[in-house]
Design a protein around this ligand. Sequence first.
Ligand SMILES: C[S@@+](CC[C@H](N)C(=O)[O-])C[C@H]1O[C@@H](n2cnc3c(N)ncnc32)[C@H](O)[C@@H]1O
Length: 239
Amino acid sequence: MNLLKNLNDTNGSAELILNCAENCLTEFDESLFGCEMGIAYGGGIESIGKIWKNRGTIYGVDTFEGHPKYLAETCSYSKKIGGINSFAAKCMDYWYYVRKDDYGIEKIKQEYIQSQLDKQKLDNVILIKELITNQTKIDFIQKLHYVLIDLDIPTSIWDAYNLVKDKIVSKGYLCLHDCLPENHIFGCYDIYQNILKENLFNIIKEYPKNFLVILRKKWDQLSQNYFMTRCKKINYFIV
Ligand SMILES: C[S@@+](CC[C@H](N)C(=O)[O-])C[C@H]1O[C@@H](n2cnc3c(N)ncnc32)[C@H](O)[C@@H]1O
């Protein structure tokens, strides 16, 4: 039972994302490192902390002060459709104010999330209070086997991608939330297409109904052939 809420439980993507973290246990022999960028109430990293207990470290990045909607004013996509009034800017208001009894703004604070992790001795979950921009540095993270980018604002998704793309190991997972379906959050689909154009990742599967796409870092041809055969057996779709 989790003590922290996972917003992705409300759209069916949590299980798909956690499967990737679980797969890392058998797919990589070494100590695991992961990062969720945009943790909100922290339920995602709490789950991974449990799944990876004694095997890996999961970092969780957020402002812990609420969704930085002002960034929508500097995002070229969001700016076009209202900036601070765009959906990308306002999408967390529902959880903060409409669902305030269950969610609200107290449970996003770093002290609260840390206290719930401490209660469960989840010392492999590390909270990072940081605003992700094109100036952000995460030099203390050397490599990553799993990343979830769940930030809602197109420019933040792109900045987060650039922070992690070279740290993700060969065959490492990159889960992108809100980039599908095409008309979900204006600009996120374009960012996803720009990520694909970089040619660093394979699509494992797109889940438009769950606003999710799962990618994996490319690897050398020999192991790629082996992996494609394995994926076909377990019914993964690779493009
Ligand atoms: C949709 S919520 C994340 C949901 C979470 N992954 C879950 O499944 O419960 C988006 C979060 O991203 C954070 N966020 C958005 N842009 C950010 C940025 N540029 N830097 C840091 N955090 C950001 C917000 O504060 C918010 O908590």
